[in-house]
Unconditional design. Sequence first.
Length: 108
Amino acid sequence: MVKTEKINYLNLKANLDFPFITRKFSIKGGEYKGGEMLQLGADGVLEPLVAGGNPHSVLTQPYSSTENFKGIVYLTGSFDATKLIIPQDEDIKTYEEKLRNKSIFLVY
């Protein structure tokens, strides 16, 4: 069972200069925060981005599930770089070019 929680409005968007496209994807079970960067696993299921990984999308909201679930992610958009969640001890600038190639833009 998937548990979604609406804590407070989570404003990840930096501006509306570029369209925000969302899509529902299969996501590996676990605890997730809105704004978490995800990568595509070998099994075709999204999972948390690991250090040095290839970012795929941005999670739209918090999710919690013990099993794989369908969740909504941003595939494109212009985001506040300070609000995205990346692997610990990593710098968001490390991923900037990879994100730009996917039409995910960071605003500082």
